[in-house]
Design a protein around this ligand. Structure first.
Ligand code: ADP
Length: 464
């Protein structure tokens, strides 16, 4: 449409310009011819005293030029009385007109009348021997009548314009159809995917925009599929994890029921096992609720300026009794005093999990080295243990929900496999990062890097 519009504007401008030029050219040539004619005839008229008595030779000449120029010509004497009229209508009449008076006075005048499509030319008749005009010539020139060749020219222009318009319209339509085509195909392909016929749309590489759109659409579809797959996996893991303690409890209670009069110690032991399973079920449910609350994104961070060294000290203090039981030494190294904006309750959950894991997966009489450090933007916490460590392939998966390297051991230590997922969510909420380095049989080190300012990428912070 734009192409057509531009074409129309060009054609109209071209046409108007040609009309103007053609008219100008016609008037210019007529005026020059008339000027020559009048100056040539002036002497003859003077000699023959044409103004007093008309002369047939001159009349013939006047008539022939009128035919040639296709105009009406009037000749007036110095008193503005018509002595010659090529239409033979106004001979003897006195024309009262300012322009005639000025022309008789010696001025050459041209007046364009656009409404009537004609031009009036007033030329003084001055013989070469005289300084004064002996009369004037008034020529009325019908422009349209004189533009026969111009009409042909105009028709040509109109034809070319219409042709150009048609061509540009056709071109615009072809172009529009051509550029819309890939998007139509994309829409059809998308419809097929949404109807369940296929997973991805066909990549439209006919033009840059449709290609980019199809690639973005496919990325989005892939992401949705991955999300759906991980959602399904999560649901099946949750069901499985929740079912396991239930099954154990069922087996234990059925055993108890099938042994009426069983010794008291045995009953107590079974009941303790059932109690243990209930605790485990509780732990899983509470971890799940924590995770779901992160997923729902309802957790705004309530940031407060806190001393990270003190916080770490408190967390380590809590696990010291447990560690002591197994002869594990805990050391905290404060490289500097660190204050940062954090959501304290959430940060306690994350750091506690790391420290508790360092105890759980440690060797007896091992050690835990924790440290607190900072630069101008971030603070860093490391928790290093001398524990069982992990194989490389496990390290990459420990942040997955329900992933546990050694299920039996984790079960023994009361793990749910959700702890590190929660840690990662909390670190992400703080716009931080977590890294793990582990060597099988040697130990593991977790490093946290959190912005001191508490600025989060999602802008969910609320500084206190
Ligand atoms: P869990 O509740 O089982 O501890 P986590 O999500 O906290 O779940 O940890 C996932 C798994 O990562 C654990 O089951 C364990 O196998 C491994 N893991 C975590 N921390 C350590 C560590 N410090 N040393 C060795 N393995 C660890």
């Amino acid at each position: 449409m734009i192409v057509t519009f531009i074409a129309v504007i060009c054609i109209v401008s071209l046409f108007s310009f040609s009309v103007y030029m053609k008219k100008k050219q016609l008037l210019d040539t007529t005026q020059t011819r008339l000027r020559d004619f009048v100056s040539r005839l002036a002497n003859q008229m003077y000699i023959t005293d044409y103004m007093s008595e008309t002369n047939s030779d001159i009349d013939t000449e006047l008539a022939s030029i009128c035919d040639l120029l296709n105009c009406r010509m009037l000749i007036v004497d110095e008193y503005q009385t018509v002595v010659y009229d090529s239409y033979s209508r106004d001979v003897g009449m006195t024309l009262i007109s300012g322009n005639i008076a000025r022309s008789v006075g010696g001025d050459e005048i041209m007046v364009m009348n656009y409404d009537e499509e004609n031009a009036k030319m007033y030329l003084p008749i001055i013989p070469s021997s005289q300084s004064k005009a002996m009369g004037a010539v008034l020529v009325v020139l019908g422009i349209s009548k004189n533009l026969d060749d111009f009409h042909a020219y105009r028709e040509q222009i109109i034809t070319i314009s219409v042709l150009l318009l048609l061509v540009s319209l056709v071109l615009a339509a072809i172009l529009a159809l051509h550029s819309v085509q890939p998007f139509r195909r994309l829409a059809t392909s998308l419809q097929q995917v949404s109807d369940g016929n296929g997973d991805f749309v066909a990549e439209e590489d006919n033009n840059k925009e449709s290609y980019e759109l199809s690639v973005v659409t496919n990325t989005m579809l892939l992401r949705n599929q991955q999300l759906e797959a991980s959602r399904q996996e999560f649901v099946s893991n949750v069901s499985h994890e929740l079912k396991t303690p239930m099954t154990s409890m069922k087996v234990l209670s059925e055993s108890l029921l099938s042994m009426p009069g069983a010794p008291e110690e045995m009953v107590t032991e079974f009941l303790q096992d059932i109690d243990h399973e209930i605790e485990r079920e509780n732990a899983i449910i509470s971890d799940l609720l924590t995770l779901v609350s992160f997923d729902k994104n309802v957790n705004r961070l309530h940031l407060e300026r806190k001393n990270i060294n003190d916080l770490m000290e408190i967390i380590l203090k809590r696990v010291r009794p447990l560690a002591k039981k197994r002869g594990i030494e805990i050391v905290l190294e404060n490289y500097r005093s660190v204050f940062a904006y954090i959501d304290e309750p959430k940060m306690i959950v994350a750091l506690s999990d790391l420290v508790e894991n360092a105890v759980k997966y440690n060797k007896d009489n091992g050690y835990i080295h924790a440290s607190v450090n900072a630069d101008i933007h971030y603070f860093y916490i490391t928790v290093e243990d001398s524990g069982i460590g992990m194989q490389e392939e496990d390290v990459g998966r420990i942040f997955d929900r329900f992933y546990r390297v050694d299920k039996a051991r984790s079960r023994e230590t009361g793990g749910t496999g959700l702890g590190l997922s929660i840690v990662k969510e909390i670190v992400n909420l703080h716009n931080g990062s977590i890294k793990v380095y582990s060597k099988y049989g040697v130990g593991t080190t977790f490093t946290l890097r959190i912005p001191l300012s508490g600025t989060t990428s999602s802008g969910k912070e609320e500084q206190a």
